[in-house]
Design a binder for this molecule. Structure first.
Ligand code: NDP
Length: 294
């Protein structure tokens, strides 16, 4: 039986990080500028600690500076805002990322809005959200940007294709929909109130699943030959008590129908950090008025 092409996010992201490292060394040698990423973590959420550790490691690997700020869970909001003001003004810092989720006593939206938009490498500041929606030059959220890179690499032009995005979060679903509109797709955004999700998915040449529900999208929902980008990262417990990571798509079924599909892990996941590094490089180049290939 036919099997979909596997979209290799590990290989793609490794090549992207190599390319970024080359640019970082050029910036250092030609312009004496070293891109710097500041990552702020409040509290001890175990998943967040893993993400922050990986970001730190990957940042250093490309030759960039990494500034980690780990604050206790009971840090007052005002302290966090003061730290961000300092990072906004620090000429060695070109990218600022506050790891989400934040403890409940802190207003996350207020924190996001405190970051200088031109250092907002997560792309969550309303200025960057607006720039993406209106087709301007801002910073694009990392997971949708990484998903789009994989789509462009797999399909070339996306013009005229029908895309469905399942999920409407500010972090993934909505910015992904904007990127697909920008690529001239016809875009449907589905969510928990969508009436007939299977029918919406069956009509789509491109399926982007960002739901957070393990293996929810079934193989017989996929249009034969469609390209499937599975953003979901869900840890499930197997009958023997072991755990494993699965996506939002039932991979074993979908791989028999799709034209191309991202595995979980090894698909979109590694693209997110690579795009964070890319956004940091982009922010650095723009802050210093230097031309780098986009
Ligand atoms: P959110 O929980 O913020 O959003 C989930 C979206 O899915 C919501 O819009 C929700 O609809 C919709 N939804 C939930 N259940 C259903 C359903 N049964 N049918 C249709 N739609 C549904 O999640 P995120 O966008 O932050 O993340 C989505 C997934 O992507 C998660 O698995 C997360 O772990 C993963 N992720 C992976 C990243 C990576 O680096 N690869 C980065 C970020 C996230 P409604 O709005 O109506 O509630």
């Amino acid at each position: 039986s036919p099997r979909a092409k596997l979209i290799d996010g590990n290989a793609f992201s490794a090549a992207l990080r190599d390319e970024i490292a080359t640019r970082v060394h050029e910036l250092r040698d030609l312009h004496h500028v070293v891109p710097g990423l500041a990552v702020v973590l409040v509290g001890e959420d175990p998943a967040s600690q893993v993400y922050v550790r990986n970001k730190h490691k990957r940042t250093l690997e490309t030759g960039m500076n990494s500034f980690e700020h780990k604050l206790p869970a009971d840090t007052p909001e005002s302290h966090l805002l003061t730290l961000i003001e300092g990072l906004n003004d620090d000429p060695e810092v070109h990218g600022i990322l506050v790891q989400l989720p934040l403890p409940r006593h802190i207003n996350a939206q207020k924190v996001i809005e405190a970051i200088r938009p031109d250092k907002d490498v997560d792309g969550f500041h309303p200025w960057n959200v607006g720039m993406l929606a209106s087709g301007g030059i801002g910073l694009i959220p990392c997971t949708p940007l990484g998903s789009m890179m994989l789509l462009r690499d797999t399909l070339g032009s996306l013009s005229g294709l029908k895309a469905v995005v399942i999920g409407r979060s500010n972090i993934v679903g909505k910015p992904m929909a904007h990127l697909l509109i920008r690529e001239s797709c016809t875009v449907t955004v589905a969510h928990s109130r969508t009436k007939d999700l299977a029918a919406e998915v069956r009509a789509a040449d491109i399926v982007v699943a960002a739901v957070g529900q393990p293996e929810m999208v079934k193989g017989d929902w996929i249009k034969p030959g469609a390209t499937v980008i599975d953003v979901g990262i869900n840890r499930i417990t197997l009958p023997d008590g072991k755990t494993k990571l699965v996506g939002d798509v039932k991979f074993d079924e979908a791989v028999q129908v799709a034209g191309a599909i991202t595995p979980v892990p090894g698909g979109v996941g590694p693209m997110t950090i690579a795009c964070l590094l890319r956004n940091t490089l982009t922010a650095c180049a723009r802050l210093h008025n230097l031309d780098i290939p986009e």
